[in-house]
Write a protein of this length. Structure first.
Length: 479
């Protein structure tokens, strides 16, 4: 059986690779090579925002294990919120998996509390919903804090406990949680992988007894022989808490902000959904600490994969922009894409115009032949639920780096669409772009959202591509 591990360079991905190599043929999907000293596996360097990359990497795989949660920047400039980035990645993965004939999907999600949920947990829940539309029999494993020397949440607590002689703890640190040891998470995935009857089920993972975050940090403090003095305060907002944790632990603010928001609710296992593995007991947090501190990993502690700014350093001046738009009733992604091309020149009629030649749309300055952007429609890679254009030129696009693309993608689990720009490298100086073209793009997309629901936006009577699609399909080399 060939198993794809999507997000293989992360904390769980590396641990899972160690466990599965030798038993399964493993295909590791990630941008950077997993830090794994031994084990036979195939690594597919893969940009998860790139559908063609995913299709190549998932080809021939029987099962895919999806471990991705998008809370960190993946480009030099990101426009949009992490929920939309998360759902875009999940939809990309699910589309590619279905195209490649992947038979089964296992998703590692988060424990979902009753009542009000943070945006972080709502995003996890939404990804579950989207995956079910593609794979109704998806296996979902829900876990809270995963205890391990490379885990982001555990690393934050470890660094806080080790560095601070005095801790100012807000009320949310008294919230109960059921952490789970990383090896137990890996074993749970292995169990579901080998037991087909787990398909279509959702399981909760967690240890006993439930503990507060304050208790866990005290337990870690004892292990590092530096139990901090505790002062309770009630006025510490989540924003201040995030800034404080970032300052002390070194974790990126993009990571601490959503995590802190999710810690305000109890993260408890539902008894009726608890995963039970015959002959196995999930270790307690105290036992997990013994195992972690007995290993060599904790002695040579280095920042977790999630703490590193590798993506931002590698991506340089690339731009990624994802906005979610409500989809008018009866419309498709293709309808929205062509309406956008028709609407934009009207909305900015005193500045730009558009002309269509062959399979390309040229946006140019009025009364001139100066092309601002050249968009090439990809009939080969487009369909009613996804309309794709490549950014092929114009004075606003970098001449040497033309992997940029604009796409309109319909989400299957709700009436919405993602309007996204990927891998675009602007020709303008970086700071000029950030404070001019980037801002204008955000404003334009907000106005387009309003236009879609105005009386001026009418559903095309005949759903036929205009001249862009009527041309002969161009040869494409990108996704």
């Amino acid at each position: 059986m060939r198993v794809a591990i999507v997000g293989a360079s992360g904390f769980i991905g590396v641990s899972l690779l160690k466990a599965l190599t030798g038993t399964y043929q493993c295909q590791a999907l990630s941008r950077s090579r997993p830090r794994l000293d031994d084990g036979e596996y195939d690594w597919a360097p893969c940009d998860l925002h790139n559908l063609r990359d995913l299709e190549k990497s998932l080809s021939g795989c029987d099962v895919a294990i999806y471990l991705v949660h998008s809370m960190l920047a993946s480009a030099g400039l990101n426009q949009g919120n992490f929920q939309d980035f998360d759902i875009s990645l999940a939809d990309n993965f699910a589309r590619a998996a279905r195209t490649c004939g992947v038979k089964r999907v296992i998703y590692l999600s988060g424990l979902i509390p009753d009542g009000k949920r943070s945006t972080h947990l709502e995003s996890r829940l939404e990804v579950e919903s989207l995956l079910r539309t593609y794979y109704p029999d998806v296996t979902i494993l829900r876990a809270g804090i995963i205890a391990g020397s490379r885990g982001s949440s555990f690393s934050m607590m470890y660094r806080l406990s080790k560095k601070l002689p005095l801790m100012l703890l807000p009320s949310w640190t008294e919230t109960l949680s059921q952490p789970v040891y990383v090896d137990d998470v890996v074993l749970a995935i292995e169990h579901c992988l080998s037991q087909s009857e787990t398909s279509g089920h959702t399981y909760d993972l967690g240890s006993e007894p439930p503990l507060s975050y304050e208790t866990m940090m005290k337990m870690i403090g004892k292990k590092v022989a530096r139990e901090p003095k505790i002062v309770h305060i009630d006025t510490f907002s989540p924003t201040l808490s995030s800034l404080w944790i970032t300052l002390i632990s070194g974790a990126p603010l993009e990571l601490t902000r959503p995590l802190v928001g999710s810690l305000k609710q109890p993260m408890l296992v539902r008894d009726q959904h608890r995963l039970k593995i015959p002959g196995h007991r999930f270790v307690s947090f105290a036992e997990a600490l013994d195992k972690i501190f007995a290993s060599k990993d904790i002695e040579s502690f280095r920042p977790p994969h999630a703490f590193r700014s590798w993506f931002r350093k590698q991506s340089g001046r690339q731009v990624r922009s994802i906005q979610r738009l409500s989809l008018p009733k009866g419309w498709t992604a293709d309808d929205v894409a062509h309406e956008y091309l028709n609407w934009l020149p009207r909305a900015m009629r005193y500045i730009i115009s558009v002309r269509v030649e062959d399979n390309c749309a040229y946006f140019y300055i009025n009364h001139t032949r100066i092309d601002l952007l050249k968009l090439q429609y990809s009939a080969e890679r487009s369909e009613p639920t996804r309309s794709l254009f490549y950014i092929k030129g114009g004075i606003l696009a970098h001449k040497q780096k033309q992997r940029g693309r604009l796409e309109f993608r319909q989400l299957p689990h709700e009436d919405s669409i993602l309007a996204a720009i990927h891998d675009y490298v602007p020709a303008l100086p970086w700071m000029v772009y950030r404070f001019s073209q980037a801002i204008i793009h955000g404003l334009v997309m907000r106005q387009f959202t309003k236009h879609l629901f105005s009386a001026k936006a009418k559903l095309p009577v005949a759903r036929k591509h205009d001249r862009l699609a009527a041309q002969e399909r161009p040869q494409q080399t990108q996704a």
